[in-house]
Ligand binder design. Structure first.
Ligand SMILES: Nc1ncnc2c1ncn2[C@@H]1O[C@H](COP(=O)(O)OP(=O)(O)O)[C@@H](O)[C@H]1O
Ligand SMILES: [Mg+2]
Length: 313
């Protein structure tokens, strides 16, 4: 098989925790061909996407990536294109999904779904009953009203990731006006206000789903100095199991993920409440591998290989 990974520059990859790195290594170990490109190396001509792709061999030992000369190739020459560019989900990201609409091959995750599903807002569109009460607004008076109703709330930028800009606040907080100004850029953007879940200090569960089926979960517990359960602000990853509520969430969203070609997804669940459906380059493979002595990249590769075979039939 031939794989193209569309991703951030290799210099940004931390091999100790990165899910793309272990997936590329798995492909190399299977004797598959592996190429990489950054989004700006994609282009399209007469309705067909092409790419300046760099062949790469990926190893466990440093320097980890062994590059050869880039080639100008049709994306249709690859069996799979992996869209693994990290957020932000900005206009550049969306433009890349337009180019990938012309890939002429299997794209993981499917670019139409990437455009359609905003990670924090998709839950509201189709599954709002699985989420804590949530308000999308750019108006301070509405945020104040929401805080009065729910007492303790969180505010988040609608396009954030990695915990960026997520704050806890409450009714009567004299910082509320300033917080809303900052998060909405004085009303130009919307923010997300959500009822605070009191179980958040006990952890935020990241559940990994391959082709709509849950395969592993880790519980991220916030560190002592930050309320957020994101790994790069100091959360620890612990072993955990799926509760009945978690399973119901997966059962409900799984078919939609499958239908829209979202093969590799990580959802965030706090105390049985869905907060996010991460479809743009989710992480967690290496953390789960360590906790459960698994090789999830191999399971993911099997899953994507089966998809590829389904597609070519
Ligand atoms: N409704 C909530 N109640 C309590 N804490 C929350 C809530 N939503 C988010 N958090 C906290 O903020 C962190 C980041 O929020 P999240 O919505 O997952 O955004 P991000 O995409 O930035 O990870 C979570 O891991 C959790 O610790
Ligand atoms: Mg999150």
């Amino acid at each position: 098989m031939r794989h193209l990974f569309v991703m951030d520059p290799l210099s940004r990859i931390d091999v100790r925790g990165d899910s793309t790195y272990v997936t590329m290594r798995e492909a190399t170990d299977r004797g598959h061909g592996v190429w990489m490109a950054t989004p700006d190396q994609l282009y399209a001509q007469s309705g067909r996407a092409r790419v300046w792709a760099t062949p790469v061999t990926v190893t466990a030992a440093p320097p980890h990536f062994h590059l050869r000369e880039p080639l100008d190739l049709s994306t249709a020459e690859f069996d799979v294109v992996w869209m693994r560019k990290d957020p932000p989900f900005d206009l550049g990201y969306i433009f890349t999904t337009y180019l990938l609409d012309m890939a002429g091959t299997l794209v993981v995750n499917h670019p139409a779904g990437l455009k359609l599903f905003n990670e924090k807002i998709w839950c509201q569109v189709q599954f709002s009953h699985l989420q804590p009460p949530t308000l999308l607004t750019n108006r301070l008076d509405q945020v104040r009203g929401f805080a009065e109703e729910h007492r303790r709330i969180v505010l988040k930028p609608w396009d954030g990731n990695g915990g960026r800009g997520v704050v806890v606040t409450e009714a009567g907080d004299k910082n509320l006006g300033a917080l809303v100004e900052l998060l909405t850029r004085e009303g130009r953007d919307h923010l997300i206000a959500q009822r605070y879940l009191p179980a958040a200090p006990e952890g935020d569960k990241r559940i990994l789903l391959f082709d709509g089926r849950p395969v592993a979960a880790i519980l991220r517990v916030p560190g002592a100095t930050d309320h957020r359960a994101n790994m790069h602000v100091g959360a620890r990853a612990l072993a955990t199991e799926l509760s009945e509520a978690d399973k119901r969430i997966c059962d409900e969203i799984g078919p939609a993920l499958r239908e829209h070609g979202q093969c590799f997804v990580g959802i965030d669940v706090i105390d049985g409440w869905l907060t996010e459906i991460n479809v743009t380059s989710p992480t967690g493979l290496q953390q789960a591998n360590r906790l459960y002595n698994r090789r999830l990249e191999a399971e993911l590769m099997d899953c994507v290989t089966a998809k590829r075979e389904e597609k070519s039939q």
